[in-house]
Design a protein around this ligand. Structure first.
Ligand code: ARG
Length: 457
Protein backbone atom coordinates (compact mmCIF):
# COMPACT_ATOMS: atom_id res chain seq x y z
CA UNK A 1 0.00 0.00 0.00
CA UNK A 2 1.31 3.46 -0.84
CA UNK A 3 1.05 6.52 1.42
CA UNK A 4 -2.29 8.33 1.49
CA UNK A 5 -3.04 12.00 1.67
CA UNK A 6 -5.80 11.23 4.18
CA UNK A 7 -4.55 8.47 6.55
CA UNK A 8 -5.05 10.11 9.99
CA UNK A 9 -8.64 9.16 10.63
CA UNK A 10 -8.18 5.51 9.67
CA UNK A 11 -7.06 2.59 11.83
CA UNK A 12 -6.39 0.32 8.88
CA UNK A 13 -5.54 1.04 5.29
CA UNK A 14 -7.75 0.31 2.30
CA UNK A 15 -8.14 -3.27 1.16
CA UNK A 16 -6.15 -4.36 -1.85
CA UNK A 17 -9.35 -4.85 -3.79
CA UNK A 18 -10.56 -1.33 -3.01
CA UNK A 19 -7.18 0.14 -3.89
CA UNK A 20 -7.16 -1.63 -7.22
CA UNK A 21 -10.73 -0.70 -7.93
CA UNK A 22 -10.47 2.98 -7.07
CA UNK A 23 -6.99 3.87 -8.28
CA UNK A 24 -6.82 6.25 -11.21
CA UNK A 25 -3.08 6.68 -11.75
CA UNK A 26 -3.09 4.37 -14.78
CA UNK A 27 -5.12 7.00 -16.64
CA UNK A 28 -4.80 10.29 -14.78
CA UNK A 29 -1.01 10.12 -15.13
CA UNK A 30 -1.67 12.08 -18.33
CA UNK A 31 -2.34 15.02 -16.02
CA UNK A 32 1.21 14.87 -14.64
CA UNK A 33 2.54 18.00 -16.38
CA UNK A 34 -0.57 19.96 -15.48
CA UNK A 35 -0.33 18.80 -11.85
CA UNK A 36 3.28 19.98 -11.63
CA UNK A 37 2.53 23.38 -13.18
CA UNK A 38 -0.56 23.88 -11.04
CA UNK A 39 1.34 22.92 -7.88
CA UNK A 40 4.18 25.31 -8.72
CA UNK A 41 1.68 28.14 -9.10
CA UNK A 42 0.06 27.13 -5.81
CA UNK A 43 3.43 27.12 -3.99
CA UNK A 44 4.01 30.69 -5.16
CA UNK A 45 0.50 31.64 -4.10
CA UNK A 46 1.21 30.22 -0.63
CA UNK A 47 4.28 32.49 -0.39
CA UNK A 48 2.22 35.45 -1.53
CA UNK A 49 -0.29 34.60 1.23
CA UNK A 50 2.50 34.52 3.84
CA UNK A 51 2.25 30.77 4.48
CA UNK A 52 5.63 30.01 2.93
CA UNK A 53 8.66 32.26 2.63
CA UNK A 54 9.69 33.20 -0.89
CA UNK A 55 12.71 30.87 -0.56
CA UNK A 56 10.57 27.98 0.61
CA UNK A 57 8.23 28.48 -2.32
CA UNK A 58 11.11 28.51 -4.78
CA UNK A 59 12.50 25.34 -3.18
CA UNK A 60 9.14 23.66 -3.71
CA UNK A 61 8.96 24.94 -7.28
CA UNK A 62 12.37 23.41 -8.08
CA UNK A 63 11.54 20.21 -6.23
CA UNK A 64 8.31 19.92 -8.25
CA UNK A 65 10.32 20.34 -11.44
CA UNK A 66 12.50 17.45 -10.29
CA UNK A 67 9.65 14.99 -9.69
CA UNK A 68 10.52 12.09 -12.00
CA UNK A 69 7.85 11.11 -14.51
CA UNK A 70 9.55 7.74 -15.09
CA UNK A 71 7.87 6.04 -12.14
CA UNK A 72 4.38 6.97 -13.38
CA UNK A 73 3.80 3.82 -15.39
CA UNK A 74 4.10 1.32 -12.55
CA UNK A 75 3.56 3.31 -9.33
CA UNK A 76 0.68 2.26 -7.09
CA UNK A 77 -0.34 5.67 -5.76
CA UNK A 78 -4.03 6.41 -5.60
CA UNK A 79 -3.85 9.09 -8.26
CA UNK A 80 -1.46 11.47 -9.98
CA UNK A 81 -1.82 14.10 -7.25
CA UNK A 82 -0.74 11.58 -4.60
CA UNK A 83 2.16 10.44 -6.81
CA UNK A 84 3.44 14.01 -7.12
CA UNK A 85 3.17 14.77 -3.41
CA UNK A 86 4.92 11.50 -2.47
CA UNK A 87 7.87 12.39 -4.67
CA UNK A 88 7.84 15.98 -3.48
CA UNK A 89 8.26 14.72 0.09
CA UNK A 90 11.17 12.56 -0.98
CA UNK A 91 12.85 15.51 -2.67
CA UNK A 92 11.94 18.47 -0.43
CA UNK A 93 11.47 16.71 2.95
CA UNK A 94 9.07 18.13 5.61
CA UNK A 95 8.65 21.38 3.67
CA UNK A 96 6.47 19.39 1.25
CA UNK A 97 3.94 18.91 4.08
CA UNK A 98 2.97 22.58 3.69
CA UNK A 99 2.28 22.21 -0.03
CA UNK A 100 -1.33 21.15 0.36
CA UNK A 101 -2.28 23.99 2.79
CA UNK A 102 -5.87 24.89 2.04
CA UNK A 103 -5.82 22.89 -1.18
CA UNK A 104 -8.12 20.02 -2.06
CA UNK A 105 -7.79 17.43 -4.77
CA UNK A 106 -11.31 18.40 -5.79
CA UNK A 107 -10.08 21.74 -7.12
CA UNK A 108 -6.74 20.27 -8.16
CA UNK A 109 -8.36 17.73 -10.44
CA UNK A 110 -10.53 20.42 -12.00
CA UNK A 111 -7.45 22.61 -12.53
CA UNK A 112 -5.35 19.81 -14.02
CA UNK A 113 -8.13 18.67 -16.33
CA UNK A 114 -8.68 22.24 -17.54
CA UNK A 115 -4.96 22.76 -18.21
CA UNK A 116 -4.78 19.46 -20.09
CA UNK A 117 -7.96 20.07 -22.06
CA UNK A 118 -6.93 23.58 -23.07
CA UNK A 119 -3.85 22.15 -24.78
CA UNK A 120 -5.80 19.39 -26.47
CA UNK A 121 -8.33 21.91 -27.79
CA UNK A 122 -5.50 23.99 -29.24
CA UNK A 123 -4.04 20.90 -30.89
CA UNK A 124 -7.49 20.00 -32.23
CA UNK A 125 -7.93 23.50 -33.66
CA UNK A 126 -4.64 23.16 -35.55
CA UNK A 127 -5.70 19.79 -36.96
CA UNK A 128 -9.08 21.22 -37.92
CA UNK A 129 -7.36 24.01 -39.80
CA UNK A 130 -5.21 21.48 -41.68
CA UNK A 131 -8.35 19.55 -42.67
CA UNK A 132 -10.11 22.72 -43.83
CA UNK A 133 -7.00 23.60 -45.85
CA UNK A 134 -7.07 20.16 -47.51
CA UNK A 135 -10.74 20.70 -48.46
CA UNK A 136 -9.97 24.03 -50.12
CA UNK A 137 -6.92 22.60 -51.89
CA UNK A 138 -9.03 19.77 -53.27
CA UNK A 139 -11.60 22.29 -54.52
CA UNK A 140 -8.86 24.33 -56.18
CA UNK A 141 -7.72 21.27 -58.15
CA UNK A 142 -10.94 21.10 -60.15
CA UNK A 143 -12.77 24.42 -59.71
CA UNK A 144 -15.08 23.80 -62.68
CA UNK A 145 -15.91 20.14 -62.09
CA UNK A 146 -19.64 19.37 -62.05
CA UNK A 147 -20.94 16.59 -59.82
CA UNK A 148 -24.36 15.20 -59.16
CA UNK A 149 -25.84 16.37 -55.87
CA UNK A 150 -28.11 13.94 -54.03
CA UNK A 151 -31.08 13.95 -51.72
CA UNK A 152 -32.38 10.61 -50.40
CA UNK A 153 -29.31 9.18 -52.19
CA UNK A 154 -31.21 9.81 -55.42
CA UNK A 155 -29.78 12.09 -58.11
CA UNK A 156 -31.11 15.57 -57.40
CA UNK A 157 -29.41 18.60 -58.97
CA UNK A 158 -26.01 19.32 -60.51
CA UNK A 159 -23.59 21.24 -58.30
CA UNK A 160 -19.94 22.16 -58.46
CA UNK A 161 -17.48 19.79 -56.78
CA UNK A 162 -16.07 22.89 -55.05
CA UNK A 163 -19.53 23.76 -53.74
CA UNK A 164 -19.89 20.29 -52.25
CA UNK A 165 -16.47 20.55 -50.58
CA UNK A 166 -17.32 23.98 -49.19
CA UNK A 167 -20.33 22.44 -47.45
CA UNK A 168 -17.93 20.39 -45.34
CA UNK A 169 -15.69 23.44 -44.88
CA UNK A 170 -18.64 25.21 -43.24
CA UNK A 171 -19.47 22.25 -41.00
CA UNK A 172 -15.88 22.12 -39.75
CA UNK A 173 -15.90 25.88 -39.35
CA UNK A 174 -18.80 25.59 -36.93
CA UNK A 175 -16.90 22.84 -35.12
CA UNK A 176 -14.09 25.35 -34.71
CA UNK A 177 -16.54 27.86 -33.19
CA UNK A 178 -17.91 25.26 -30.81
CA UNK A 179 -14.42 24.26 -29.71
CA UNK A 180 -13.51 27.89 -29.11
CA UNK A 181 -16.67 28.36 -27.04
CA UNK A 182 -15.78 25.26 -25.03
CA UNK A 183 -12.24 26.60 -24.62
CA UNK A 184 -13.55 29.86 -23.16
CA UNK A 185 -15.41 27.93 -20.44
CA UNK A 186 -12.47 25.59 -19.84
CA UNK A 187 -10.06 28.47 -19.49
CA UNK A 188 -11.09 29.67 -16.01
CA UNK A 189 -8.97 28.93 -12.98
CA UNK A 190 -10.63 26.98 -10.13
CA UNK A 191 -7.63 27.00 -7.77
CA UNK A 192 -8.35 28.63 -4.41
CA UNK A 193 -11.77 27.00 -4.07
CA UNK A 194 -10.83 24.43 -1.42
CA UNK A 195 -12.75 21.18 -1.18
CA UNK A 196 -16.13 22.84 -1.70
CA UNK A 197 -16.42 25.80 0.66
CA UNK A 198 -13.67 28.10 -0.58
CA UNK A 199 -10.17 28.75 0.74
CA UNK A 200 -9.56 29.78 4.35
CA UNK A 201 -6.21 31.28 3.32
CA UNK A 202 -5.61 34.57 1.53
CA UNK A 203 -4.93 32.93 -1.83
CA UNK A 204 -4.51 35.48 -4.64
CA UNK A 205 -6.69 33.65 -7.10
CA UNK A 206 -6.42 36.17 -9.93
CA UNK A 207 -2.65 36.03 -9.69
CA UNK A 208 -2.57 32.22 -10.03
CA UNK A 209 -4.97 32.48 -12.95
CA UNK A 210 -2.70 34.94 -14.75
CA UNK A 211 0.39 32.87 -14.04
CA UNK A 212 -1.24 29.79 -15.56
CA UNK A 213 -2.55 31.64 -18.61
CA UNK A 214 -6.24 31.53 -17.66
CA UNK A 215 -8.69 34.20 -18.81
CA UNK A 216 -10.11 34.57 -15.29
CA UNK A 217 -11.29 32.69 -12.21
CA UNK A 218 -14.34 30.54 -11.50
CA UNK A 219 -16.99 32.27 -9.40
CA UNK A 220 -18.27 29.65 -6.96
CA UNK A 221 -16.33 27.05 -4.96
CA UNK A 222 -19.21 24.55 -4.78
CA UNK A 223 -19.67 24.80 -8.53
CA UNK A 224 -15.97 23.99 -9.02
CA UNK A 225 -16.19 20.88 -6.92
CA UNK A 226 -19.42 19.61 -8.47
CA UNK A 227 -19.25 20.63 -12.07
CA UNK A 228 -17.87 18.93 -15.15
CA UNK A 229 -19.78 20.74 -17.81
CA UNK A 230 -16.58 22.26 -19.19
CA UNK A 231 -15.71 18.66 -20.11
CA UNK A 232 -19.21 18.05 -21.47
CA UNK A 233 -18.93 21.18 -23.61
CA UNK A 234 -15.82 19.71 -25.18
CA UNK A 235 -17.34 16.23 -25.54
CA UNK A 236 -20.40 17.66 -27.21
CA UNK A 237 -18.30 19.75 -29.62
CA UNK A 238 -16.09 16.70 -30.23
CA UNK A 239 -19.15 14.51 -30.92
CA UNK A 240 -20.52 16.94 -33.49
CA UNK A 241 -17.11 17.21 -35.18
CA UNK A 242 -16.95 13.39 -35.28
CA UNK A 243 -20.43 13.35 -36.78
CA UNK A 244 -19.20 15.60 -39.59
CA UNK A 245 -16.11 13.47 -40.06
CA UNK A 246 -18.26 10.36 -40.17
CA UNK A 247 -20.48 11.79 -42.91
CA UNK A 248 -17.45 12.87 -44.91
CA UNK A 249 -16.02 9.36 -44.46
CA UNK A 250 -19.29 7.80 -45.60
CA UNK A 251 -19.32 9.96 -48.76
CA UNK A 252 -15.72 9.09 -49.50
CA UNK A 253 -16.37 5.38 -49.05
CA UNK A 254 -19.34 5.57 -51.43
CA UNK A 255 -17.81 7.91 -54.00
CA UNK A 256 -14.59 5.88 -54.23
CA UNK A 257 -16.50 2.61 -54.77
CA UNK A 258 -16.62 1.05 -58.22
CA UNK A 259 -20.35 1.77 -58.28
CA UNK A 260 -19.67 5.51 -58.18
CA UNK A 261 -16.09 5.68 -59.41
CA UNK A 262 -15.76 9.39 -58.64
CA UNK A 263 -12.69 9.36 -56.46
CA UNK A 264 -9.39 7.56 -56.33
CA UNK A 265 -7.88 7.22 -52.86
CA UNK A 266 -4.12 7.05 -52.44
CA UNK A 267 -2.55 3.64 -51.83
CA UNK A 268 -1.18 5.02 -48.59
CA UNK A 269 -4.60 5.35 -46.94
CA UNK A 270 -6.18 2.10 -48.15
CA UNK A 271 -5.61 -1.56 -47.36
CA UNK A 272 -5.76 -4.80 -49.29
CA UNK A 273 -7.39 -8.11 -48.47
CA UNK A 274 -5.54 -11.15 -47.12
CA UNK A 275 -7.55 -13.29 -49.52
CA UNK A 276 -8.89 -11.21 -52.43
CA UNK A 277 -5.97 -9.87 -54.40
CA UNK A 278 -7.89 -7.13 -56.22
CA UNK A 279 -9.18 -5.31 -53.12
CA UNK A 280 -8.35 -1.72 -52.22
CA UNK A 281 -10.39 -0.97 -49.14
CA UNK A 282 -11.08 2.47 -47.62
CA UNK A 283 -10.25 1.32 -44.05
CA UNK A 284 -9.02 4.76 -42.99
CA UNK A 285 -12.44 6.30 -43.62
CA UNK A 286 -14.27 3.28 -42.18
CA UNK A 287 -12.31 3.66 -38.95
CA UNK A 288 -13.20 7.35 -38.75
CA UNK A 289 -16.87 6.41 -39.20
CA UNK A 290 -16.47 3.72 -36.53
CA UNK A 291 -14.69 5.97 -34.07
CA UNK A 292 -17.51 8.50 -34.27
CA UNK A 293 -19.73 6.00 -32.46
CA UNK A 294 -17.06 5.58 -29.83
CA UNK A 295 -16.83 9.34 -29.21
CA UNK A 296 -20.63 9.65 -28.95
CA UNK A 297 -20.31 6.90 -26.33
CA UNK A 298 -17.74 8.97 -24.45
CA UNK A 299 -20.12 11.93 -24.38
CA UNK A 300 -23.01 9.74 -23.25
CA UNK A 301 -20.85 8.14 -20.56
CA UNK A 302 -19.97 11.38 -18.80
CA UNK A 303 -23.37 12.93 -19.46
CA UNK A 304 -25.02 10.00 -17.72
CA UNK A 305 -22.44 9.80 -14.93
CA UNK A 306 -22.98 13.43 -13.93
CA UNK A 307 -26.75 13.08 -13.87
CA UNK A 308 -28.30 12.87 -10.43
CA UNK A 309 -25.10 13.42 -8.41
CA UNK A 310 -25.81 15.27 -5.17
CA UNK A 311 -23.83 18.44 -4.57
CA UNK A 312 -20.85 18.68 -4.62
CA UNK A 313 -17.91 16.32 -5.40
CA UNK A 314 -18.60 12.59 -5.60
CA UNK A 315 -16.05 10.00 -6.57
CA UNK A 316 -18.22 9.15 -9.57
CA UNK A 317 -16.62 12.23 -11.11
CA UNK A 318 -13.32 10.40 -11.41
CA UNK A 319 -15.05 8.59 -14.27
CA UNK A 320 -14.86 11.81 -16.29
CA UNK A 321 -11.30 11.32 -17.38
CA UNK A 322 -11.22 8.18 -19.50
CA UNK A 323 -14.05 9.27 -21.82
CA UNK A 324 -12.59 12.76 -22.02
CA UNK A 325 -9.09 11.54 -22.87
CA UNK A 326 -10.45 9.00 -25.31
CA UNK A 327 -12.65 11.48 -27.14
CA UNK A 328 -9.84 14.01 -27.46
CA UNK A 329 -7.37 11.46 -28.84
CA UNK A 330 -9.89 9.85 -31.20
CA UNK A 331 -10.95 13.25 -32.55
CA UNK A 332 -7.35 14.32 -33.09
CA UNK A 333 -6.48 11.05 -34.79
CA UNK A 334 -9.56 11.21 -37.00
CA UNK A 335 -8.93 14.81 -38.05
CA UNK A 336 -5.34 14.00 -38.94
CA UNK A 337 -6.39 10.89 -40.84
CA UNK A 338 -9.17 12.65 -42.77
CA UNK A 339 -6.78 15.41 -43.90
CA UNK A 340 -4.32 12.78 -45.08
CA UNK A 341 -7.06 10.98 -47.04
CA UNK A 342 -8.16 14.24 -48.68
CA UNK A 343 -4.59 15.08 -49.65
CA UNK A 344 -4.29 11.64 -51.28
CA UNK A 345 -7.58 11.89 -53.18
CA UNK A 346 -7.98 12.57 -56.88
CA UNK A 347 -11.34 13.41 -58.38
CA UNK A 348 -12.17 11.55 -61.59
CA UNK A 349 -14.40 14.34 -62.96
CA UNK A 350 -16.00 12.42 -65.86
CA UNK A 351 -17.91 10.01 -63.62
CA UNK A 352 -19.80 12.54 -61.46
CA UNK A 353 -20.40 14.76 -64.51
CA UNK A 354 -21.84 11.73 -66.34
CA UNK A 355 -24.05 10.95 -63.32
CA UNK A 356 -25.43 14.50 -63.49
CA UNK A 357 -25.94 14.37 -67.28
CA UNK A 358 -27.45 10.88 -67.62
CA UNK A 359 -30.28 11.42 -65.18
CA UNK A 360 -32.84 14.17 -65.13
CA UNK A 361 -30.95 16.37 -62.68
CA UNK A 362 -31.69 19.33 -64.97
CA UNK A 363 -35.48 18.96 -64.56
CA UNK A 364 -35.57 21.67 -61.88
CA UNK A 365 -33.63 24.04 -64.14
CA UNK A 366 -36.25 23.48 -66.87
CA UNK A 367 -39.15 24.06 -64.50
CA UNK A 368 -37.56 27.24 -63.18
CA UNK A 369 -36.82 28.51 -66.71
CA UNK A 370 -40.47 27.96 -67.66
CA UNK A 371 -41.47 29.81 -64.53
CA UNK A 372 -39.14 32.72 -65.36
CA UNK A 373 -40.84 32.80 -68.81
CA UNK A 374 -44.19 33.35 -67.11
CA UNK A 375 -45.58 29.83 -66.57
CA UNK A 376 -46.86 29.51 -62.99
CA UNK A 377 -44.40 27.34 -61.07
CA UNK A 378 -46.82 24.52 -60.32
CA UNK A 379 -47.73 24.28 -64.01
CA UNK A 380 -44.03 24.53 -64.98
CA UNK A 381 -43.24 21.70 -62.56
CA UNK A 382 -45.97 19.54 -64.13
CA UNK A 383 -44.71 20.27 -67.63
CA UNK A 384 -41.08 19.41 -66.82
CA UNK A 385 -42.36 16.31 -65.00
CA UNK A 386 -44.25 15.20 -68.12
CA UNK A 387 -41.08 15.63 -70.20
CA UNK A 388 -39.23 13.40 -67.70
CA UNK A 389 -42.03 10.80 -67.75
CA UNK A 390 -42.02 10.70 -71.53
CA UNK A 391 -38.21 10.32 -71.49
CA UNK A 392 -38.33 7.54 -68.91
CA UNK A 393 -40.91 5.68 -71.04
CA UNK A 394 -38.93 6.09 -74.26
CA UNK A 395 -35.45 5.71 -72.74
CA UNK A 396 -34.34 9.24 -73.57
CA UNK A 397 -31.62 11.06 -71.70
CA UNK A 398 -31.64 14.88 -71.59
CA UNK A 399 -29.09 15.13 -74.37
CA UNK A 400 -31.36 13.08 -76.66
CA UNK A 401 -33.70 16.06 -76.86
CA UNK A 402 -33.19 19.02 -79.21
CA UNK A 403 -34.71 22.49 -79.23
CA UNK A 404 -37.08 21.30 -81.99
CA UNK A 405 -38.16 18.06 -80.33
CA UNK A 406 -38.76 19.91 -77.05
CA UNK A 407 -40.83 22.59 -78.78
CA UNK A 408 -42.71 19.76 -80.47
CA UNK A 409 -43.43 18.24 -77.05
CA UNK A 410 -44.75 21.57 -75.79
CA UNK A 411 -44.37 24.93 -77.50
CA UNK A 412 -43.68 26.64 -74.18
CA UNK A 413 -40.17 25.10 -74.28
CA UNK A 414 -37.99 27.73 -76.01
CA UNK A 415 -34.56 27.15 -77.62
CA UNK A 416 -32.84 28.87 -74.64
CA UNK A 417 -34.44 26.29 -72.37
CA UNK A 418 -33.00 23.49 -74.48
CA UNK A 419 -29.54 24.81 -73.59
CA UNK A 420 -30.36 23.89 -69.97
CA UNK A 421 -30.22 20.20 -70.88
CA UNK A 422 -26.50 20.58 -70.17
CA UNK A 423 -26.07 20.31 -66.37
CA UNK A 424 -23.36 22.98 -66.35
CA UNK A 425 -25.80 25.58 -67.76
CA UNK A 426 -28.65 25.60 -65.28
CA UNK A 427 -26.39 26.00 -62.31
CA UNK A 428 -25.32 29.39 -63.66
CA UNK A 429 -28.69 30.74 -62.54
CA UNK A 430 -28.04 29.82 -58.88
CA UNK A 431 -26.33 33.09 -58.11
CA UNK A 432 -28.08 33.93 -54.85
CA UNK A 433 -25.57 33.90 -51.97
CA UNK A 434 -24.83 30.36 -50.84
CA UNK A 435 -25.68 28.85 -54.24
CA UNK A 436 -23.69 26.81 -56.74
CA UNK A 437 -23.32 29.32 -59.62
CA UNK A 438 -19.65 29.22 -60.69
CA UNK A 439 -18.90 32.86 -59.81
CA UNK A 440 -20.73 32.53 -56.49
CA UNK A 441 -18.65 29.47 -55.64
CA UNK A 442 -15.44 31.18 -56.74
CA UNK A 443 -16.22 34.07 -54.38
CA UNK A 444 -17.14 31.65 -51.58
CA UNK A 445 -13.85 29.79 -52.08
CA UNK A 446 -11.85 33.00 -51.94
CA UNK A 447 -13.73 34.12 -48.85
CA UNK A 448 -13.19 30.74 -47.17
CA UNK A 449 -9.47 30.98 -47.87
CA UNK A 450 -9.30 34.43 -46.28
CA UNK A 451 -11.24 33.23 -43.25
CA UNK A 452 -8.95 30.23 -42.85
CA UNK A 453 -5.82 32.34 -43.07
CA UNK A 454 -7.13 34.63 -40.34
CA UNK A 455 -7.20 31.75 -37.85
CA UNK A 456 -4.20 31.83 -35.52
CA UNK A 457 -4.38 28.04 -35.27
N1 ARG B 1 -8.78 11.07 -8.45
C1 ARG B 1 -9.81 11.94 -8.06
C2 ARG B 1 -10.72 12.33 -9.24
O1 ARG B 1 -10.32 12.15 -10.33
C3 ARG B 1 -9.23 13.19 -7.49
C4 ARG B 1 -10.14 13.88 -6.54
C5 ARG B 1 -10.25 13.04 -5.31
N2 ARG B 1 -11.09 13.68 -4.35
C6 ARG B 1 -11.68 13.02 -3.39
N3 ARG B 1 -12.45 13.70 -2.59
N4 ARG B 1 -11.52 11.73 -3.23
O2 ARG B 1 -11.84 12.78 -9.08
Amino acid sequence: MSAKLWGGRFETGPSAIFERFSGSLHFDRRLFDADIRGSQAYARALAHAGILTADEAEMLVSALAAVPREGLADATDEDVHTFVIRHLKQIAGPLADKMHTGRSRNEQVSLDTRLWLREEIDRTLRLLKALQTALLDLAAQAPEAVICGYTHLRRAQPVLWAHYLLAYFEMFDRDRERLLQARARVNLCPLGSGALAGSGFPIARERIARELGFDGITRNSMDVSADRDFALDFLSAASIAMLHLSRLAEDWILYSSEEFGWLELGDGVTSGSSLMPQKKNPDSMELIRGKSGRVFGDFTALFTTAKGLPMTYNRDLQEDKEPLFDAAYQLEGSLEMAAEVLRSTTLKPEAPARAAAESWTVATDLAEALSRAGVAFHEAHQLAGRLVLESVKTGKRPRDWTAESMAGFDPRFTPEMAALLDPAEGMKTRRAPGGTAPETVAAALAQARIRLESYPQ
